[in-house]
Design a protein around this ligand. Structure first.
Ligand code: GUN
Ligand code: ZN
Length: 433
C-alpha cells in the first residue's frame, strides 16, 4: 500500500508573526534539525526531530542541512509575457506597445497559450514558486490554458481575463459588455474549481473606458469572493495620462473607486507614486499591494516605499511582474527589494524578505489560512533551498554565524540552482533538470 504520510527532514523555518510590523524576535521558528510531517497533502506537524516522532510507515526524505520553508507566492505577473522577458530599452507605455501587446495578440490561439502556460509553470516550479497570480490576455483562451495547465499539475493558481477596450491594438480589445460576459463565464467555469481562483482583471485605467470599469465593478458585486487585480501609479507618465483620460477623478485610485473597484479583496500592482489620500484610502479599505521590485527597476518606474506603506498597515506581497520583471526567481525579486530598500536608506532584514514572499503574498491574496507558511493545517506547498548552491554562496555561507546570515547570501546571489525541490500539495514536483 502506498503511504500517504511523508516526513521531510532538514532545517525548517516558519513564521509566527509579521517581522516587519512586530519585530524579529518572536516572529519566527527555526529548527536546525527540523521535521515536517505531511498527510494527504496537508502539513500536520512541524518542529524539532528531537521532539516530534516520525509516524509509522511514513516515507522519509532527508534534506540534511537544506532549508525547508513554505513555497514562494508570486502575487503579480503576466504569464503571456513569458517569451518577451528582458526586452530592451523602453519605459512602460512604449514597452507595452512595442513588445507586450504584439506578443499578447498571439493568445487567441489556444495551442500557443497552452505551450506558454506549460513553459511558464515549468520555470516557476523550478524556481520554487508554488502559487502564481497571473494576468491573462483579453482572450478567454489564455485563461482556459493557464487554469487547465495549473489544474493538471494540482497547483493553487489565480488568473483572470485582462480587460481592455481602448488605447490598445484592435484585436486585443473587448468592450464593456463583452468584458463583463466573458469574465462572468470564466468565473462560472473556473472559480474555486480544485485550487483555482478567478481574479477580475481590468488591465489599468488607461486601457479601460469608464463604462468598462463600471461593468467590472458590477461583476465584482455579483462575485465578491473573487479578488480584483489591476495596476496603479507605476510610472509618472502613466499617472499624467490617467489625469488626461479621467479629468473629473480626484486621482488614479479614484478612477477605480468611482466604478466600485476598490475593496479589501483588491490587489494593486506597483503603487509606487501614490499620494497621501490614496494611501489612507487603501489603508482604510484594507486593500493589498503587489511590490514588483525587479520590474520597477527594469522598466525604470521608481523606488517603492515598502516600509512606509507597511507601517501604515497595508498588506504587501512580492511579485516578479513577468515580463516587466527581469527574472522568474523570487530570490532575485527579494534581492531587488533589498537593493531598493538600500537606495531608500532602509535595508531590509532577510526575515522581512522571506516573510513578504510567503506569508505576505498569501495575506495579500486572502489565502493565508491555506498557504504561505510552514505550519500545521497549511497545504503542503513547500520549497527546499540548498543554502550552498554555488561556490560563491557556499564560501560566504560557511562564514555565517546565525540562520539569517546563512540565508542572506542565497537571497542575494541565489537562483533556480538553489531550489533543491518544490513540493505541491504534498507531492514532490518532478523538476525538468
Ligand atoms: N501596466 C499595464 N499593463 C502592464 C503590464 O503588462 N506590465 C506592467 N509592468 N505594467 C502594466
Ligand atoms: Zn503587471
Amino acid at each position: 500500500m502506498i503511504s500517504q504520510t511523508k516526513v521531510l527532514l532538514g532545517q525548517t523555518l516558519s513564521f509566527n508573526d509579521n517581522p516587519l510590523v512586530n519585530g524579529l524576535k518572536n516572529s519566527y521558528s527555526h529548527e536546525t534539525n527540523g521535521m515536517v510531517v505531511i498527510k494527504d497533502g496537508i502539513i500536520t506537524d512541524v518542529g524539532s526531530s528531537d521532539t516530534i516522532h516520525s509516524p509509522k510507515n511514513a516515507t522519509i526524505v532527508d534534506y540534511g542541512q537544506d532549508l525547508i520553508l513554505a513555497g514562494f507566492i508570486d502575487s503579480h505577473l503576466h504569464y503571456p509575457q513569458t517569451a518577451i522577458i528582458s526586452s530592451w530599452g523602453r519605459r512602460l507605455i512604449d514597452w507595452l506597445n512595442e513588445y507586450t501587446f504584439p506578443e499578447e495578440e498571439r493568445f487567441f490561439d489556444h495551442d500557443y497559450a497552452i505551450e506558454i502556460a506549460n513553459r511558464y509553470f515549468d520555470i516557476a516550479l523550478s524556481n520554487g514558486v508554488t502559487t502564481s497570480v497571473s494576468y491573462g490576455t483579453t482572450h478567454p483562451e489564455s485563461v482556459n490554458a493557464f487554469f487547465s495547465v495549473a489544474k493538471a499539475r494540482g497547483l493553487r493558481a489565480l488568473t483572470g481575463k485582462t480587460c481592455m477596450d481602448r488605447n490598445a491594438p484592435e484585436n486585443l480589445m473587448d468592450n464593456a459588455l463583452l468584458a463583463y460576459e466573458q469574465s462572468k463565464a470564466l468565473i462560472q467555469k473556473w472559480h474555486k474549481v480544485d485550487r483555482l481562483e478567478y481574479v477580475i482583471t481590468p488591465r489599468f485605467a488607461p486601457t479601460s473606458s469608464p463604462e468598462q470599469l463600471l461593468a467590472l465593478g458590477a461583476l465584482w458585486k455579483e462575485y465578491p469572493d473573487c479578488l480584483m487585480q489591476t495596476h496603479i501609479s507605476e510610472q509618472i507618465e502613466e499617472i499624467e495620462w490617467v489625469k488626461k483620460l479621467f479629468p473629473q477623478a480626484k486621482d488614479y485610485l479614484d478612477t477605480y473607486e468611482a466604478s466600485g473597484l476598490i475593496g479589501s479583496r483588491s490587489l494593486f500592482g506597483h503603487a509606487i507614486h501614490l499620494n497621501e489620500r490614496e494611501i489612507s484610502r487603501l489603508t482604510e479599505i484594507g486593500s493589498s499591494i503587489a511590490h514588483c521590485p525587479t520590474s520597477n527597476t527594469f522598466i525604470g518606474s521608481g523606488l517603492f516605499d515598502l516600509s512606509g506603506l507597511s507601517d501604515k498597515g497595508l498588506n504587501i506581497g512580492l511579485a516578479t511582474d513577468i515580463g516587466g520583471g527581469s527574472s522568474f526567481s523570487m530570490l532575485r525579486v527579494m534581492a531587488a527589494a533589498y537593493e531598493i530598500g538600500q537606495l531608500r536608506g532602509d535595508p531590509m532584514h532577510p526575515a522581512h524578505l522571506l516573510w513578504l514572499s510567503t506569508c505576505g503574498s498569501a495575506k495579500a491574496l486572502h489565502l493565508n489560512h491555506k498557504i504561505g507558511n510552514l505550519v500545521p493545517g497549511m497545504e503542503a506547498d513547500i520549497v527546499v533551498l540548498d543554502l550552498k548552491s554555488t561556490p560563491e554562496i557556499k564560501q560566504r555561507a560557511e562564514r555565517s554565524n546565525d540562520i539569517w546570515d546563512l540565508i542572506f547570501p542565497t537571497i542575494m546571489m541565489g537562483d533556480d540552482r538553489a531550489v533543491r525541490d518544490t513540493w505541491i500539495a504534498g507531492e514532490k514536483w518532478g523538476l525538468i533538470n
